[in-house]
Ligand binder design. Structure first.
Ligand SMILES: [Mg+2]
Length: 107
């Protein structure tokens, strides 16, 4: 028999994806995860190059490789404590591009 109280406790005890990623990152360490990030970036480059809009399988493969890279990026950001800095750079770069597009009359 399943009791609702037990389900709630199990859900509360279940680690979030962020917590799981930190567990993985802490166990493997920075140098190992940096190497893995490089490897996954290479796989994403290949999947991007092979993407074919007429072959849905290449879209799924691209999605998988994007997920791999994002998983590694989140770990490296955590291990280097650079998540906030990355967010600031992203804001700056997006704003700069929007500015360029406005200057070019695209927006
Ligand atoms: Mg991969």
């Amino acid at each position: 028999m399943i009791y609702i109280e037990n389900i709630e406790e199990a859900v509360k005890a279940a680690p979030t994806r962020e917590q799981k990623l930190r567990m993985i990152a802490d166990n493997y360490g920075l140098s190992c995860q940096m190497y893995k990030l490089m490897e996954e970036c290479g796989e994403l480059v290949t999947a991007s190059a092979k993407y074919d809009p007429h072959d849905y399988r290449t879209g799924y493969h691209l999605a998988e490789e994007i997920a791999d890279v994002r998983v590694m990026i989140e770990q490296v950001e955590y291990l280097l404590s650079i998540h906030g800095t990355v967010q600031e750079y992203m804001d700056q770069k997006v704003d700069r591009q929007i500015g360029r597009m406005r200057e070019a009359g695209m927006l």
